[in-house]
Design a protein. Structure first.
Length: 56
């Protein structure tokens, strides 16, 4: 594990109701040979956002 991050939404009403108001934890890790892979599309599609239009 390289990093553990906490994401807090400025406007909790943008989040899905199940986790509204709770922080979202993000993990960054690397392979055993030291390769760090970042997939921003996974981050964007995995966030608990109620409406895609809320994200700019």
């Amino acid at each position: 594990m390289v990093g553990l991050f906490r994401l807090t939404f400025r406007d909790p009403t943008c989040m899905i109701e199940k986790v509204r108001g709770e922080p979202v934890h993000l993990l960054l890790a690397m392979t055993t040979d030291g390769v760090l892979r970042l997939k921003p599309q996974n981050l964007i599609t995995g966030l608990p956002i109620a409406n895609a239009e809320a994200v700019n």
